[in-house]
Design a protein around this ligand. Structure first.
Ligand SMILES: C[S@@+](CC[C@H](N)C(=O)[O-])C[C@H]1O[C@@H](n2cnc3c(N)ncnc32)[C@H](O)[C@@H]1O
Length: 314
């Protein structure tokens, strides 16, 4: 474990790239089974959290690849942008960040009661530098999952860039964001709550390797791990105090191949680098550029090459 740093930006599509062996997503028919599609326009549900690497703006690229009638499994859920916009009746939504999963579980179990509690942290008095550092210290000292879950939401809306970043000792360490009037995301939370009550969704807090151990034939698995760096000097984001390194990338690729060979469809996002292409050599590759929105460094904003590796079970 080492200190957490800023990395994966929030993203939006910026065009297909040509010249590789990959296919272009723009030619794909949108509207496969299992996600919300109304009258030729995609009707999307916005996540209520800001999340580095969030895929809300890439849904049109990702969702058509997740067509299938099986159970939906998402080992690296983050803001759950993709899960929210799938309609699979049975879903497993996982993340290694325990506070995040506690937040989702409390919304699912308590609905309005949890929202009312979480909203108590959103007042003009709590949007000052002094109150922020007090609540950040309270979060770092808290042990009750419900309290930590509500404070995580407060931090996400009041901290710099909405970053969720922990140091090596597990302490949340993002500075005050100085937003004018952070809004409590009640409507988006309600839509999240509604989605969790359609069919059967299970939230789990495990390492991705354990999630893959439960993947079975017919499942549709979408993986959006912390990305491999684009350059040797680029940083990883530590979303939960852990570090996701090259060995993790290799193990993920190997588990994806095994799940595919056992009858699951597996779709993975990552940076488009020679190393990642080598890891997913047997998959169908869709490449495109994305616009970055969140970054520690201003110069790291801009376009970045990204890919989807698709192992589609027939
Ligand atoms: C790129 S983000 C996912 C973003 C998400 N697709 C969205 O739209 O918001 C990667 C996520 O992987 C989680 N993660 C990191 N290491 C993990 C591990 N070993 N097992 C499971 N989840 C992990 C992080 O906590 C983070 O939320």
């Amino acid at each position: 474990m080492r200190a957490a740093r800023c990395g994966n930006p929030a993203q939006s599509p910026a065009g297909d790239r040509r010249g590789g062996p990959e296919r272009s997503t723009s030619a794909l028919p949108l509207g496969g089974i299992g996600f919300f599609w109304h009258g030729g326009a995609m009707s999307t549900i916005k996540p209520f959290l800001k999340w580095a690497g969030g895929k809300f703006r890439l849904l049109e690229r990702i969702l058509p690849e997740l067509a299938g009638a099986g159970r939906y499994v998402e080992p690296f859920a983050g803001s759950a942008a993709v899960y929210l916009n799938t309609a699979a009746p049975e879903a497993v939504v996982n993340d290694v960040n325990a506070d995040l999963i506690a937040l989702y579980s409390h919304i699912q179990a308590e609905g309005e009661a949890f929202m009312a509690y979480a909203a108590t942290f959103f007042t003009p008095k709590t949007n000052t530098e002094a109150a922020f550092y007090e609540l950040r210290a309270r979060f770092n000292a808290a042990t009750a999952p419900r309290e930590r879950a509500a404070l995580l939401l407060y931090l996400n809306k009041h901290a710099y860039n909405g970053l969720i970043r922990y140091n090596a000792r597990g302490g949340y360490n993002v500075p005050f964001g100085r937003y004018k009037a952070p809004q409590f995301p009640r409507d988006d939370m309600r839509r999240f709550w509604e989605r969790t009550r359609q069919g059967h969704t299970v939230f789990t807090c495990r390492d991705f390797r354990e999630v893959f151990a439960g993947v079975r034939a017919g499942d549709v698995v979408y993986c959006d791990p912390p990305y491999a760096p684009l350059s040797a000097t680029a940083n990883f984001t530590s979303y939960a105090g852990n570090v996701f390194g090259p060995k993790d990338q290799e193990e993920l690729a190997s588990l994806a191949r095994r799940a595919y060979s056992q009858g699951a469809t597996v779709v993975l996002s990552n940076h488009d680098t020679p190393q990642i292409r080598a890891l997913y050599a047997g998959a169908d590759i869709l490449a495109f550029d994305v616009q970055r929105f969140i970054s520690c460094k201003g110069q790291a904003r801009g376009r970045a090459p990204e890919l989807l590796a698709v192992y589609r079970a027939v």
